[in-house]
Design a protein. Structure first.
Length: 41
């Protein structure tokens, strides 16, 4: 199963506590395959 989430707020658990206020997320099966941060014009 593939799930595509648009315009999501993404809070990561990395060492820098990276935050993407607006991003698209691609999930395939049970794995996140891509996070694409969006830029505002």
């Amino acid at each position: 199963m593939t799930l595509f989430i648009r315009n999501a707020r993404v809070l990561t658990m990395d060492d820098q506590d990276t935050e993407f206020p607006c991003a698209n997320i691609l999930i395939e099966g049970s794995q996140i395959r891509a996070i694409a941060p969006l830029t505002k014009p």
